[in-house]
Every structure is written in structure tokens, then in C-alpha cells.
Design a protein around this ligand. Structure first.
Ligand code: SDX
Length: 427
């Protein structure tokens, strides 16, 4: 018997089938069922792909049981504490951390690519003031495809790198413009003297003319601790294996569509409150709970199968232990509590939810732990970022992951157009 196969018996026909086992360098092996339909005349069935690997990848590894996350083999804790978001972007894109010189070149290139075509202002202006930033972001990124269409050759490595660096650099500008549009205030252009993360906060906060708020002590500066906090948040969001929005990006890319419309589709998928939109819902939920004494009643609602209320920021398809990013954010919260004057009432509510949920049979039995979205909102609020911008912050962090996964898909000669089948129950 071939040890590297799984043998399956169809008990209706007594036919036996062998399928090859493919081993991973980390984590579970897979059973190659690509010939399953041809051999058995049947489809496999896996709603939501809970047990299905859709591709091979060298980028990000998650061990859901241990609560471990690695980008190109490096632990997320190591990256979040000792490296910048730009170093993490370079690592994801190139498979290794940059040298000092490579990082400088990468940083300067992104600064000079951070501007968007003037005519995109008209697109953003066409939205109603109350437009959600995610709607503007998805549209703006899709529109970028029209500005970089002709000369895009995905077979050319340099053009791929240009395409990737361009979108990573422009997303913060589009996000900041979307925010300022929602306030009805003039856009602030990128400042190439500032780092990636400081520049984003500058574009969000500066007054027309590029001046920061004036106080009795002069111009209010963006604090280094604020830049470090947001930079860490970007790093923690950079990639996450084959999540719903990354799968969307790969699926759209599989049809040969322009990479930027694939990213735009990823932005739309991320917006859902079961996915990246959860960070906004967590804060709405905390504010709805309002006080620590109301937490118990909400926990009971979350457990009630007849109540559609869910505890936002809890649970994960892969993590059946603490999300290591949630741990890193909780540690960051504790570090920043005094320096950023975090909202202690919201933190008390969050800690009470966590304390109850982690000791309650309902959550324990289902392996429901806080995920990345549970803690990010309190820090973002302290950075002056309004709740409708929370998922846009997730987009800024995740764009490098999406574009890296897209390029991996394009470079994999075994890639195919995504076209699953179905269990037909119709007439
Ligand atoms: C992200 O995939 C990724 O990697 C995503 C992400 C990334 O970086 O890309 O990590 C980012 O999207 C994080 C998740 C943010 N979403 C939320 O916080 C929304 C709340 N969480 C849930 O909606 C849910 O936990 C999901 C969507 C995250 C996971 O859903 P699954 O894996 O399909 O699990 P399920 O819905 O089948 O739930 C299993 C059980 C069910 O109970 P039973 O039917 O077995 O009795 O757990 C229950 C669910 O009712 N459950 C919850 C719950 N989450 C699951 N009950 C109460 N509150 C919750 N939050």
C-alpha cells in the first residue's frame, strides 16, 4: 500500500480510489482531490471551505491551535515589536527583510508614489458627504485600474513590483481623502518628508496649507508614540493566509482581471462585519453596552441561538486559541493606556467581556477567543481616528498582503480560474 495516499471506498459501488497526500513545510498535509470528480463522478462538498486548501503558498502561516502567525516564517510578535510596517511590507513582497539601503530606497519610492491623479478628486467629490470611506476606497482603487491599464505586463517582474508598490503607496492617500471628504474639508496632499505612517496621520489631521493644529505652545506635533502605535497596527493587519478577502482577490485575479480591480473586490469583501468590518462593529457594540454592568446581559444574548446578536471581535475560523494579533494589541493597549489616554471605560468593558467569555462554557466549547478586531478600536479612537475609518485602516495594512498573494497566484504555473461546483437540489 502506498503510504503517501488516502484510500477512499464508495460503499455504494465498493469501488476504491487513491488520492495523493501532499506534505506542507509547516502545518497540515493536504489530500490532492483535483481528480476526484473525474475518478468518482461526484463532487466534494465543503460550505465555506472549512477543510479546503485552495492553493499552495509560501507567504503566511497560521497555526490555529497554537495561536501562531508567521509572515515568511517570521513570528508576528517579532515583527510587531522590532520591525516597522515598511520592513514587513518588504519582507512579504520579497521573502526577506530589507537591508538598510533597500529599506531606504523602498521608503523613498513609496513616498514619491503616494500621490494620486488629480482627476480622482472629482470621483471622490461625486460621493455624498456621508459616504462610507470603504465605499470611496473600493471605487477609488477600482478607478486606479483605468490609470494604469495599458502597460501592465504581469509577466514582467519589475512591472509587477511597480504595480505592487504603487497601490501600497496610494491607498493611504485615498483613505485620507475619503475621510476628509466625509468631513467636507479640503484634501491634504502627501508630504514626501514624512514616513509612510506619519504621512497618513498628517493627511488625516493637517489644516489647509499643511499646518498642524496650533495650540498655546505652538504647532501640535504628531507624537512618535502615535506613529509607532499605528505602524504596529498596520503590521498586525498585513496578511493572514487565505481569509475571505484574500480569497476574493485571488478569485478575481484568476479571471485575468486587472490587479487593482482584484484589490478593489478585496476591499469590498473586507467591509463585511463578519470580516474586517468587525472592528467598526466592536466599537459600536462597546458603546451600545455603555457600562460594565450591562456586559453580562449582552453575553447572554450572544449565547442565545434565537438571538442573531453576536459578540463582535470574538471567534475565528482558524484560531481556536488566542489570536496572537489580539494579544499584541492588548499588550499595546496596556503600554499606551496612559500615554495616549485610552478610554478607560471602553477598556473596562472590553476586559469584562473577555473575562466572562473566556470562562463561559458556551465560548470555551466553541473555542471563541478575542480576535484582532476586538482590541484595535480603542487604540484607533485614541489616535483620533473615527469609527467609520477603522476598516479603512485595516485596508491600508492588508493591501500588501493582498497584492503579494495576487502576485504569488500569477507566478504559480498551476494556478487556474476559480470555478467551484455545487450540490444541485433544484427541480
Ligand atoms: C477577521 O479569516 C481571517 O483570517 C479573517 C481575519 C483576517 O485577518 O483576515 O482574521 C480578520 O475577519 C476576524 C474575524 C472578525 N469577525 C468578527 O469578530 C465577527 C464575529 N465573529 C463571527 O461572526 C465568527 O466567529 C466568524 C465569522 C469570525 C467565524 O465564523 P465561523 O468560523 O464560520 O464559525 P461559525 O459561525 O460556524 O460559529 C461556530 C459556533 C456557532 O455556534 P453553534 O451554531 O455551533 O451553536 O460559534 C458561534 C456560532 O453561533 N459563534 C459565536 C460567535 N462566533 C461564532 N457566538 C457568539 N458570538 C460570536 N462572535
Amino acid at each position: 500500500m502506498n503510504k503517501d495516499t488516502i484510500t477512499m471506498t464508495n460503499n455504494r459501488t465498493n469501488e476504491q480510489y487513491d488520492f495523493n497526500i501532499l506534505d506542507a513545510t509547516r502545518g497540515p498535509s493536504v489530500v490532492d482531490i483535483s481528480s476526484f470528480y473525474k475518478e468518482t463522478g461526484m463532487f466534494t462538498y465543503d460550505v465555506g471551505y472549512t477543510s479546503t486548501a485552495s492553493c499552495k503558498s509560501n507567504i503566511t502561516f497560521i497555526d490555529g491551535e497554537k495561536g501562531e502567525l508567521r509572515y515568511r516564517g517570521m513570528l508576528i510578535e517579532e515583527l510587531a515589536e522590532n520591525h516597522s510596517y515598511l520592513e514587513t511590507c518588504y519582507l512579504l513582497l520579497n521573502g526577506h527583510l530589507p537591508t538598510t539601503e533597500q529599506l531606504l530606497d523602498f521608503d523613498l519610492e513609496l513616498r514619491h508614489r503616494s500621490f494620486i491623479d488629480e482627476s480622482l478628486h472629482h470621483l471622490i467629490d461625486a460621493f455624498p458627504d456621508a459616504a462610507h470611506p470603504m465605499s470611496i476606497l473600493a471605487s477609488g482603487v477600482s478607478a486606479l485600474a483605468s490609470f494604469y491599464y495599458e502597460h501592465l505586463n504581469m509577466k514582467d517582474e519589475q512591472e509587477c513590483q511597480d504595480m505592487a508598490r504603487r497601490i501600497i503607496a496610494k491607498i493611504p492617500t485615498l483613505a485620507a481623502f475619503a475621510y476628509r471628504k466625509s468631513l467636507g474639508i479640503p484634501f491634504i496632499y502627501p508630504n514626501i518628508d514624512l514616513s509612510f505612517t506619519e504621512n497618513f496621520l498628517y493627511m488625516m489631521r493637517a489644516y489647509p496649507g499643511g499646518k498642524m493644529k496650533r495650540t498655546a505652545n505652538g504647532e501640535e506635533k504628531i507624537k512618535p508614540i502615535e506613529i509607532k502605535a499605528l505602524d504596529t497596527i498596520f503590521t498586525l493587519h498585513a496578511d493572514h493566509e487565505q481569509n475571505a478577502s484574500t480569497t476574493t482577490v485571488r478569485n478575481v485575479a484568476s479571471t485575468g482581471a486587472h490587479p487593482y480591480v482584484a484589490i478593489s473586490a478585496g476591499i469590498s469583501a473586507l467591509w463585511g462585519r463578519a470580516h474586517g468590518g468587525a472592528n467598526e462593529s466592536v466599537m459600536a457594540q462597546m458603546e451600545m453596552i455603555g457600562d460594565v454592568k450591562n456586559v453580562d446581559a449582552f453575553i447572554e444574548r450572544a449565547k442565545d441561538p434565537n438571538d442573531e446578536f453576536r459578540l463582535m471581535g470574538f471567534g475565528h475560523r482558524v484560531y481556536k486559541n488566542f489570536d496572537p494579533r489580539a494579544k499584541a494589541l492588548k499588550k499595546l493597549q496596556d503600554q499606551l493606556k496612559d500615554e495616549l489616554n485610552l478610554d478607560s471605560k471602553l477598556m473596562d468593558i472590553a476586559h469584562r467581556i473577555e473575562e466572562i467569555a473566556l470562562n463561559d462554557e458556551y465560548f470555551i466549547k466553541r473555542n471563541l477567543y478575542p480576535n484582532i478586531d476586538f482590541y484595535s478600536g480603542v487604540i484607533l479612537t485614541a489616535l483620533g481616528i473615527k469609527r467609520p475609518m477603522f476598516t479603512a485602516i485595516f485596508v491600508i495594512g492588508r493591501t500588501v498582503g493582498w497584492i503579494t498573494q495576487l502576485m504569488e497566484f500569477k507566478n504559480d504555473s498551476s494556478s487556474k480560474i476559480a470555478r467551484p461546483r455545487q450540490l444541485y437540489l433544484g427541480s
